[in-house]
Design a protein around this ligand. Sequence first.
Ligand SMILES: C[S@@+](CC[C@H](N)C(=O)[O-])C[C@H]1O[C@@H](n2cnc3c(N)ncnc32)[C@H](O)[C@@H]1O
Length: 468
Amino acid sequence: MPPLNHLRQLAELILESVTTLERISQETNAIIPTLDDTDISAPQLFNATAEAITASRVIAAAGIQLAALTRDPHEAMFDTVHEPYKGAALRVCLEGNVSEILRDAGPERLHADEIAAEAHIDGAKLARIMRYLASHHIYREISPGTFVNNRLSAVLDTGKPVDELFAKPESKHSNTSGFAAMASFILGLGTAATTQLWETISNPATAFSSRVLDSALHRAQGLDVPLWVTFEQPGREPARQLFEMVMRAYNNMQPASAVLEAYPWSELQPGSVIVDVGGGVGWAMLPVAKAHPHLRIVIQDSEKVVKDGINNWNAELPEALLSERVTFQAHDFFTAQNVKNASAFFMRYILHDWPDEDVRRILEQLRHAAEPHTVLVILDHILPFTFRDSSFQYTLGNDAPEPLLPTYGAANTMGYLEDVLMMVNLNGKERTVAELETLLASTGWKLKQVQRVEGTVGFFLPIHAVPV
Ligand SMILES: C[S@@+](CC[C@H](N)C(=O)[O-])C[C@H]1O[C@@H](n2cnc3c(N)ncnc32)[C@H](O)[C@@H]1O
């Protein structure tokens, strides 16, 4: 198809979707945000309904595709090559608490010198860094060197008072949404690891290895045990607790329905046992415990994570621990599973952490403990290919209108990003349905269905398996 047709088709997709949003706006009275709005927690037009979410995604996908089409390719790739600089600039603002300093200043603008004085950094350098970010719509420069927060920069705000952040930097991320924790983890340790991906992929010693210890992150950090084991070591509380908040951010990136509709929990008999295997501090099971008090939930993880998990639930839902309908258990999922009467084994963001051999070991332990009625519920990103693939009919993303990529392209990359992230950090991977089916079949499980859940991001889909 001639490129000019694509241009028009993409522009028309945008116009059609804007018309849809205008109609939904009249029907729902939802707030129509501007880029300058910093109140990002209020319900907004772009996620007011399922139709609004799709229309917004079409606009974003078409806009990004239009940019890929119309920009000079060298200039576009120049930007991509320099993405690490954007991350480095963002890290300065994140660790310097710039979004919080701007928020504490109220609706008033602040000059970079004033922001920098609070953060104990150089004002002239900060102004240049913020100007670069502002050109990507992160912060807005309103007069020379003077900035305000906006819709994107507000996401980095932990919501804490600036005095507290500088007085107690070690607890910056406690009791937050976790987004800034995730950003700190990725822009620090995670980015350092990415610089070693080519080295581990090309080095004959690691190129074809799927060992966790041969991943870029483990090599870059010189780790001789998996990252998870280091989190249990003395003095590693800050790193472990930062990671626990990272998982809260991941939890919040998906709608609660991702877990609530992962399985028809309400159909389980009163007293049925769900085991959240590798459940961390229990973010996934919180909405389930709230919505389904008739169930018993066992959350398993390593010893220190379990202690943090108990503290977490004592703050979030103490009644569930007191009544013992929710319990925590220290358990290594590579060893024999001690809960034998489970109605469901649940694993979210677990299998993607591990290479195939390790996944098999985890699945085998669960299979040994499974009863005929036990269901295995796996929640990970289930990756389709990026071409039109009629065999993948499960969810959002495979049906984007032409000439968009069927997956919504750069407006829906989370699954593919996580796949590479798992490779870098752990030699893990996100899998296709077929890959998971094979792993399940080789360990005595049969894939029963891929559950359809609307509104999840990046093909984050629950899979049900039953004992063969
Ligand atoms: C990516 S996190 C997922 C946490 C949780 N499922 C969630 O979705 O929030 C992986 C979890 O696996 C746990 N883990 C790693 N190795 C483990 C093992 N051998 N046995 C039990 N848990 C383990 C980690 O401590 C961590 O909490």
